[in-house]
Design a protein around this ligand. Structure first.
Ligand SMILES: Cc1cc2nc3c(=O)[nH]c(=O)nc-3n(C[C@H](O)[C@H](O)[C@H](O)COP(=O)(O)OP(=O)(O)OC[C@H]3O[C@@H](n4cnc5c(N)ncnc54)[C@H](O)[C@@H]3O)c2cc1C
Length: 395
């Protein structure tokens, strides 16, 4: 009997700059009649050519997006929240981005017209009251029609919910479908979609919006009025205590959660040197399937389609060709560095930096350079930090 593939007819669409997009079996359609853009045109719009600036009349209507940054960058989920506002914004709407933390990303490319950075509220600091106060100050300053945040578990979802409760604002959480007219989220144990007009606060689930924009925003960096910043900073965090961050042995960190991974492939023959390098760098260990099949690493170290999907800030691939199944596992990594003898290996296309070298001497050289650097810095760093664990009460 022929098996018929079934798809959920109620599945939500993804909003992209070109309109609504549904993924159907073997075909990708643009559902917005006004924007029947062909795939080719869509791709060319996303190419590296300079993009036009989205024009808008300032001071008419504002959409505010608030999110934490991570060491100066927004993650993909946060980018999608900014893109949602930029796509939906009409010619009379400006998109203001409030960043808890620094932003070194190109704000215009994200689709933001104005950006407010609050470096003191960067992610490692647990300061929900200050973030909430800053959001309230920003709302008071810009009177946005709506506030959007990524619905994540790393601060933004929490701030959005707190804000809605405190401001008595209407809110939609875990939004999986959005356009200019409505938002929708799953209801009835995921069997149906509940939709409504835009509430005051919208918390977006990941992969609801395409972050690829064919235009840029104005990207103007502005500061909150000094008084507002002070008010935000002085919000008394009576009920919270920032326990600081704890350094863990990289070997104890699950590969999916590791921020720094070095991975070995078939081109790594000196496994002991590779493991020594991981220890010296404090990096978690990953491996290609071939390296696992060869018995050098346990199966839980395998990165890729049939292994772990990782999202490290830094992923160094030693002697890994970059087969499509491996690349699938590292698609969310921020900086990929490849060390490979073959400049034409597929990993070189994905990597931000490729070192054409033999993995063995490269690992040895890196180990000795890091050891030397550690020795040079060890004494002053130890004196400055005292211990690995910081315990301070934010007052
Ligand atoms: C259904 C399916 C699922 C799969 N799932 C996964 C998966 O989850 N993860 C995964 O990784 N693979 C997976 N694979 C396997 C995948 O297709 C590749 O075979 C595998 O990733 C190749 O591993 P590799 O790059 O380490 O080895 P190779 O393909 O042998 O490549 C070795 C690389 O090292 C370089 N090299 C050689 N010697 C040196 C040296 N001395 N110094 C520096 N570079 C050197 C070579 O130029 C080459 O680029 C899957 C395959 C299938 C069919």
């Amino acid at each position: 009997m022929k098996t018929v593939k079934r798809i959920d007819p109620r599945r939500p669409f993804i909003i992209a700059a070109s309109g609504l997009r549904r993924i159907t079996l073997g075909d990708e359609r643009v559902a917005d009649g006004a924007a029947q853009t062909s795939h080719a045109a869509l791709r060319s719009a996303h190419a590296d050519a300079p993009k036009p600036r989205r024009a808008y009349e300032a001071g008419t209507r504002t959409l505010l997006v608030a999110t934490h940054s991570d060491r100066g960058a927004l993650d993909e989920h946060a980018r999608q929240a900014v893109a949602a506002a930029a796509i939906v914004a009409d010619a009379k709407t400006e998109v203001v981005l409030l960043v808890f933390g620094e932003l070194t990303d190109d704000a215009a490319a994200l689709g933001a017209d104005k950006v407010v950075e609050l470096p003191s509220l960067a992610r490692p600091v647990f300061a929900p009251d200050q973030a909430l106060a800053a959001l309230r100050e920003c709302v008071a300053a810009f009177s946005p029609a709506h506030v959007l945040l990524p619905d994540n578990a790393t601060g933004d979802g929490d701030v959005g919910r707190r804000y809605a409760a405190q401001a008595n604002a209407s809110i939609a959480t875990h939004v999986v479908e959005i356009d200019a007219a409505h938002v929708a989220c799953y209801a009835g144990a995921g069997r149906s979609l509940a939709s409504r007009a835009w509430p005051d606060v919208i918390l977006l689930d990941p992969e609801t919006v395409s972050s690829k924009l064919p235009f840029i925003g104005a990207g103007e960096r502005i500061a909150l009025p000094q008084t507002s910043q002070e008010a935000a900073a002085s919000a008394a965090p009576a009920r919270y205590r920032d326990g600081g961050t704890t350094q863990l042995d990289a070997a104890q960190v699950a590969l999916e959660e590791a921020d720094f991974i070095i991975s070995a492939g078939n081109g790594v023959t000196d496994i002991a040197a590779f493991e020594a390098l991981a220890r010296v760098l404090g990096a978690a260990v990953g491996a290609s399937r071939v390296a696992v099949d060869n018995g050098h690493f346990t199966r839980d170290k395998q990165v890729g389609a049939t292994g772990k999907t990782v999202n490290a800030s830094v992923y160094i691939a030693f002697g890994i060709s970059g087969a499509v199944q491996h690349l699938q596992g590292i698609k969310d990594c921020r900086h990929v560095i490849a060390v490979n003898l073959d400049a034409s290996a597929p990993i070189a296309k994905r990597a931000n930096l490729t070192v054409i070298a033999d993995a063995q001497p490269a690992m040895a050289a890196l180990t000795s350079v890091v050891n030397e650097a550690k020795q040079a810095h060890h004494a002053p760093v130890a004196a400055a930090t005292g211990a690995n664990v910081r315990e301070d009460v934010t007052a």
